[in-house]
Design a protein around this ligand. Sequence first.
Ligand code: 0T9
Length: 381
Amino acid sequence: GEGVPAAQKSSWTSFVKSIVSFSGDLSSLTAPPFILSPISLTEFPAYWCERPALFAAIADAKDEKERAIAVLKWFISTLKGQYTSRNEKLGSEKKPLNPVLGELFYGHWLDRDGRGQTNLVVEQVSHHPPITAYYISNPSKGLALQGHSAQKTSFSSGSIVVKQIGHAVLTVDLPEGKKEEFLITLPRLRIDGIWYGSPYIELTGVSYIQSSSGWLSTIDYEAKEPRGWLTFSSKSHFFKATVTPPGSSTPIKRIEGFWHETSKDSDSGETFTDVRGPKEEVTVAPLEQMQDFESRKLWQHVARGIREGDYELASREKSKIENEQRQRRRDEQAAGTRWQLKHFEHIESDPVYERLGKLFNANPPKEDAYVYMHNREFPPA
Ligand code: 0T9
């Protein structure tokens, strides 16, 4: 990133001070214009599927072990998009638009080379705190990913520390009506480069992918990069992963490398992931066909203001949306009604999380979930 523009230095300083003395929901803080992104958080779940062929490949794996490996390969390959793509597209990590309650984002990736069509449904299921629910499916391959995403943020020695709340469950349909489930937990984030006004994300801690077949993948984002790894980029974004069979603690596969470039099998040296090539962004309907609550339609004027540097337009249009939201909430309160979610149903405890979480001592032992209601038609393949 280019850092802080001269004219916004003092507003950046006061923004950083407000982050330091604040803990909780960062999304509601007002930030200086240069750090604003024109993209809403409801678009982020699309990162899960920007390599649709790797997603589809999970269904083609021949047994439980190969499926566990295919899921790990797909998961690692999503990380570059999830955590570095704003730096590439916008110059640094930026503050996404804070979705309104009920905001929607729909998209798809068309079938190509027999991988099947992949569909995406996203709904903002809470505004304060922000919670985003998503459902991504490839019906012809019998694959579905359901999850939700929220964050707890704090500030520690110059960095924003983000604990991801929520998890995802991948369901794979198998022959004879059987199915396999994978519980996916999410890493912690550290946002560095704040003082300089060019924030970027580093992943920390450990995340897990637990299969109902017993296979477990453990991804360690704090492993030290060994000697011998030649890279031209910085030493960040390094990880090590292991794949462990049911009931065992001895991995049958070890992976190491950089999640934003390449990784390899630690024993054979064979390439495991390579995300240096292009990814496929999600396809969405044209603006004219969108409903008012679809993210790109809802935020179109704010986004234009941010993109074109017309921050007065952006803030005027943002206020309109926020006032309209406040009025809705007042009307609901007066009428004694509540906002109805369109595509998801909230459950207090996810049975898959409870059951599979036990196998690797998930912390917390229970989590809530948003269950997709299967009530959207997608454009035919
Ligand atoms: C789920 C992802 C998540 C959402 C974003 C922390 C963050 C909001 C949540 C976790 C996706 O699968 C992956 C990637 C980036 C995460 C965002 C990065 C970020 O900075 C924001 C927070 C809320 C801020 O906007 C902080 C203020 C800002 C000035 C720093 C750039």
